[in-house]
Design a protein. Structure first.
Length: 150
């Protein structure tokens, strides 16, 4: 079991990703703990619940420990009521690219309306990946773009 998440994060320049996406999901998430060394998040993804624990990002901002488990939707809804202020609502657009990789484009709603970020999860920090034309500047490792800080 590999609990290390290797992820690159970018700003998005335009909405061309919507034509490339094969699926989209509705996500609500709240944080039960936002500590500099770890976060505990509850997420409702469409009609499923998840509980996630993440460590602080490593020195380069690419890699960190991530533990995630599916939980009952009712439990996720109850835990969401305990979340700290600043819950996040977003639509996630999935765009498959070469080598089994997916771009995940998050279009934020509510208080974060207008913010759009792209992520790609890799199997190693050196793994090459295809950058879509709509992908802008990299913000990997910039705490201002961590969901827990938004």
């Amino acid at each position: 079991m590999n609990n290390i998440e290797i992820e690159r994060k970018f700003l998005v320049k335009d909405e061309s990703y919507k034509q490339l996406a094969t699926t989209k999901h509705t996500i609500q998430q709240g944080y039960l703990c936002k500590d500099p060394m770890k976060t505990v998040r509850v997420r409702i993804w469409d009609d499923k619940g998840f509980l996630t624990i993440k460590s602080a990002a490593g020195q380069n901002g690419f890699s960190r420990f991530e533990w995630e488990r599916e939980i009952a939707l009712k439990d996720a809804e109850e835990l969401m009521q305990l979340a700290l202020p600043g819950k996040i609502e977003k639509t996630r657009w999935i765009i498959p690219v070469a080598d089994g990789l997916n771009w995940e484009i998050d279009e934020f709603h509510g208080r974060l309306e207008g913010r759009v970020l792209a992520e790609i999860e890799l199997s190693s920090e050196q793994q090459p990946y295809e950058k879509l034309p709509c992908i802008g500047d990299e913000v990997t490792g910039n705490p201002a773009y961590y969901n827990a800080n938004m």
